[in-house]
Design a binder for this molecule. Structure first.
Ligand SMILES: [Zn+2]
Length: 146
């Protein structure tokens, strides 16, 4: 997570995010599932749905990520936010990531832990249901009623 990205958001949009619920919501939409890049400094910033909500709550100085979590359509960057951050050198890619299987150019639609412990992000074609099910990070038996 880039502190410089956060600083750019605070500088250009902070007041608007604090004053205007609609802009705060638009900011969540512009963060969730969007990759932001600063080509000059080679920095990148990306936020999960929760982290995006957390940033808004942080900037507003109140509430929690839940106040903004899924408050609008994700991966949607408004013209105002796009221009404000572009002025600070930040540009975005709102397309999903590409499948990690070599040679595959499909968009990612699944994230799953493979049997070797590596976290995979793949298209549905390369999602291995059996491997994903076989992986048990904590072998706790939650059905044990004693
Ligand atoms: Zn694939």
């Amino acid at each position: 997570m880039s502190n410089r990205f956060k600083a750019a958001v605070e500088k250009t949009l902070g007041d608007a995010i604090r004053k205007d619920d609609d802009i705060a919501r638009d900011m969540w939409c512009a963060l969730a599932n969007v990759d932001w890049y600063h080509p000059e400094s080679k920095e990148m910033a990306s936020y999960s749905f929760r982290a995006a909500g957390g940033l808004i709550a942080d900037i507003r100085g109140k509430g929690s990520y839940l106040d903004w979590y899924c408050s609008g359509p994700y991966a949607t960057v408004s013209e105002f936010i796009h221009r404000s951050l572009k002025k600070e050198g930040w540009i975005y890619d709102d397309k999903p990531s590409v499948c990690d299987e070599p040679g595959c150019l499909n968009y990612v639609s699944c994230g799953w832990p493979s049997i070797d412990g590596r976290y995979r992000t793949t298209c549905t074609d390369h999602y291995d249901r059996d491997q994903s099910r076989a992986y048990q990070p904590e072998a706790k038996n939650t059905n044990d009623n004693g």
